[in-house]
Ligand binder design. Structure first.
Ligand code: ATP
Length: 360
């Protein structure tokens, strides 16, 4: 039996706004699940319903098979880490971390041992006497995590915990959160709008848009088997290139260049006269001409050297795409380059429903 079950969960706010639609998910004990999606898609609302901070309008939430809709936040044995840290400014790091246990009246010796242990895991041993204002953002975030994990709860909920940190701190804390999860094995639900955070931390990712779940899967599944245009464009950096076009004689055009899909994808005949979306990832191409691939020659508009690789912005008529190439192969701007899209790197979607289509 799943540890947490969300069955047809909906949230309709008192003003009538329907923020979450028929959310279904089963989470196993110890899993690290990430909710990801653009601002306003309903991630925090769903997390807050799981925490018991927001009523569930309809649907059922079960913990260990037991209905939990009516349980208060404490009864659910869930700890939450907020974006704002929510530390007590007048309390030392030690007291902030100890807070939950102090409230429960736990023996002082045990509290001291647990706080020291957690401070060790989080690299806070030297800061236990400090007040939060004398800490960096990353250190404050670690205190907030420490305060959550000291209570031996079943589930950790984290709502954009890294969003107040700079880019470098985010990478360090991401690593630390992954380590803490490995060490504690605690079931974790983590909310972010950052696809890199989602990909690097998650066992499974839930991609949301406009209150609807778009796809649930492992990072691998979401990257290689996106079920619709939204997921394909959301996961991956730079995003997947999309070419919208009407299928004519089994081909669509990239600028003026026809791409004959019919040879490799005979099923495309079903879409004759209809719009499809042809997708390929910037990193899915090869420079030059190769067998088993669509060949294209396009003009280089701009290049961005990023160190190990370069983003190459190309145009062909009204169509544009980004190619990711080894930085040693960075082309000049305003010249034509030829590249190949291997057949197996192509994704096709229905232009109307935007769902993936199989034309093999
Ligand atoms: P973000 O990444 O910006 O935090 P999110 O995906 O977490 O976004 P939510 O905070 O869950 O999004 O909000 C989902 C939708 O519900 C938004 O359109 C938001 O404006 C709306 N919403 C949130 N709280 C309320 C409320 N109390 N009353 C009405 N609508 C609300």
């Amino acid at each position: 039996m799943a540890y947490l079950t969300l069955k047809n969960i909906n949230k309709i706010y008192p003003n009538g706004f329907h923020a979450v639609h028929n959310f279904n998910l089963e989470i196993e004990k110890g899993e690290f699940v990430v909710f990801v999606g653009p601002s306003g898609c309903g991630k925090s609302t769903t997390l807050r319903m799981i925490a018991g901070l927001e009523d569930i309008s309809n649907g059922e939430f079960l913990i260990n098979g037991k209905r939990a809709n009516e349980m208060g936040p404490r009864e659910r044995e869930i700890a939450m880490v907020f974006q704002s840290y929510a530390l007590y400014p007048q309390m030392t790091v030690f007291d902030n971390i100890a807070f939950g246990l102090t409230l429960q009246g736990v023996d002082e010796d045990i509290i001291e041992e647990r706080v020291k242990n957690i401070a060790g895991i989080l690299g806070l041993t030297d800061y236990l006497d400090r007040l939060p204002r004398a800490l960096s953002g990353g250190q404050r975030q670690r205190v907030a995590i420490g305060r959550a994990i000291i209570r031996k709860v079943g589930v950790f909920l984290m709502d954009e915990p890294l969003s107040n940190l700079d880019a470098k701190q985010r990478v360090t804390m991401r690593y630390e959160i992954a380590q803490i999860h490995q060490n504690t094995g605690a079931t974790t639900i983590y909310v972010t709008h950052d696809q890199t955070e989602a990909m690097t931390l998650a066992d499974r990712i839930v991609v949301m848009k406009d209150g609807y779940v778009q796809q649930v899967g492992t990072p691998y599944e979401l990257y290689f088997e996106p079920q619709n245009v939204f997921v394909a464009g959301f996961i991956g950096e730079p995003p997947m290139n999309f070419l919208r076009g009407t299928v004519k004689n089994g081909a669509i055009k990239f600028g003026d260049i026809p791409l004959d899909l019919s040879k490799k994808l005979p099923g495309i005949q079903k879409y004759e006269g209809k719009e499809i979306v042809f997708g390929f990832r910037p990193e899915g191409i090869k420079l030059g001409q190769h067998d088993g691939a669509y060949q294209l020659t396009c003009n280089v508009e701009l290049t961005e050297m990023l160190g190990d690789n370069t983003n190459v912005y190309i145009t062909a008529g009204k169509d544009q795409a980004i190619l990711k190439v080894d930085s040693h192969d960075t082309p000049e701007t305003d010249v034509d380059i030829t590249f190949s899209i291997p057949y197996e790197s192509v994704y096709l979607f229905d232009g109307e429903t935007e769902k993936v289509i199989d034309c093999k």
